[in-house]
Design a protein around this ligand. Structure first.
Ligand code: GDD
Ligand code: MN
Length: 367
């Protein structure tokens, strides 16, 4: 005999809760689940990416008093999608739900969601964008625009016409997750869209409206990085997975470099610099900004720090210079072969981008 309390019923539902710095929210969420899921055999798995605020300690304290609560503490890793996947795969219940730890998702609709699954649906999405949902209310204009763009782009790659594909609140049959899990990306906030794009056939699904609540404790982790990650994911899927995600990021970052270049050139000329000097300065500013963003996003899993950072920056300048030669070389050759000027231009730019990407991966951020 052990001292552990006997659990009479195996859970029907696992609620997976990804968390990062949510110490003040998780205990309240657990209390609310206990109330709203009365009569349902449930468990909660909090997947915490080693939050500096000690969320995992708080969850483990709860778990010692309530065997329905578990904590997966991941160290050395960050990523919402990956945390959700790991939580779902740690479940042995037939049904899994994913919801945020920060109380912004309305837990009172969980029983209605489960009813849909019990009635045979594969997937149930809690949606802000149908009648009865909060729509984009409460979102800042910029978040509203991003959310709208994300929804339109997602529509092109999904197997099911979801009204809120970026929702982090859904319920699904575990079988389905087990099938697609090896195909899913682990970075960013795209878990539901990724599942809905990766399933082999159209899932049967239902949507339940909810009002997205204000956050009381802690802060949002959704930033420009997350938005860029989402865009890269959609472009990757649109290319049938042919173009690597990393190259897409690299190219997106490259296009921000053009903007940085033009702004720097404008400012330098305004400050009275000669054109040659202004252009040189702008080139270095743009290369430096590309390097910084690539180090943060494109190669975040192999981020350069300390002395390797400076060496990397210098190598990156070198790679970009060679890339410029490749660019001009290919463009001039095509132009001489009587290609259209714009075709030669595009081919050159593409050649430069591919060269910079290949060389950066092999030399600057080599592992
Ligand atoms: N484990 C882990 N690792 N959890 C994370 C990470 C991470 O790297 N980043 C964020 N989380 C957790 C947060 O602690 C929270 O519980 C949940 O994921 C959502 O993060 P928020 O930072 O609160 O996101 P939001 O409220 O701004 O974003 C909302 O809109 C998104 C886009 O529509 C949420 O509804 C998201 O679920 C939704 O995807
Ligand atoms: Mn939130």
């Amino acid at each position: 005999m052990t001292d552990f309390p006997a659990i009479a019923i195996a859970p029907e539902l696992t609620v997976v809760v990804p968390s990062y710095n949510e110490r003040d929210n998780v205990p309240e969420l657990a209390a609310r689940l206990d109330r709203v899921l009365a009569g349902i055999a449930w468990e909660m798995i909090v997947v915490d990416d080693d939050s500096p605020d000690g969320t995992s300690r708080v969850v483990k304290d709860l778990a010692r008093r309530d065997p329905r609560i578990r904590c997966i503490r991941r160290v050395g890793r960050r990523g919402l999608a990956g945390a959700c996947i790991e939580g779902m795969l740690a479940s042995s219940a037939p049904v899994v739900a994913v919801m945020d730890a920060d109380l912004q998702h309305d837990e009172t609709i969980l029983p209605a969601m489960l009813d849909h699954i019990r009635a045979g649906k594969d997937l149930v999405v809690a949606s802000r964008n149908i009648e009865g949902g909060s729509k984009t209310e409460g979102l800042s204009p910029i978040r509203r625009a991003i959310s709208d763009l994300g929804r339109r782009l997602s529509a092109m790659i999904l197997k099911a016409p979801l009204s809120d594909p970026m929702s982090g609140f859904f319920m699904i049959k575990r079988d389905l997750v087990e099938q697609v899990a090896p195909k899913l990306a682990t970075a960013g906030f795209k878990i539901l869209a990724d599942i809905a794009a990766s399933v082999s056939s159209r899932p049967s699904f239902a949507e339940v409206p909810y009002v997205f609540r204000e956050r009381v404790h802690g802060e949002s982790k959704l930033d420009a990085k997350v938005a860029l990650d989402y865009l890269g994911f959609i472009l990757n899927k649109l290319s049938g997975g042919l173009i690597p995600l990393r190259f897409i990021f690299f190219a997106l970052v490259g296009s921000t470099g053009l903007v940085v270049h033009m702004v720097s050139l404008y400012l330098a000329l305004g400050a009275g610099l000669q054109f040659e000097w202004a252009q040189t300065l702008a080139t270095f500013v743009a290369m430096t900004s590309n390097f910084l963003i690539n180090n943060e996003i494109t190669y975040r899993d192999g981020r350069l720090k300390g002395s390797r950072f400076l060496v990397g920056l210098v190598l990156f300048y070198g790679v970009c210079s060679l890339g410029a030669f490749a660019n001009v070389g290919v463009a001039s050759w095509l132009y001489a072969e009587a290609a259209e000027w714009w075709l030669a231009g595009i081919a050159g730019a593409l050649m430069g981008a591919v060269f910079n990407y290949a060389a950066s991966s092999a030399i600057v951020w080599r592992r």
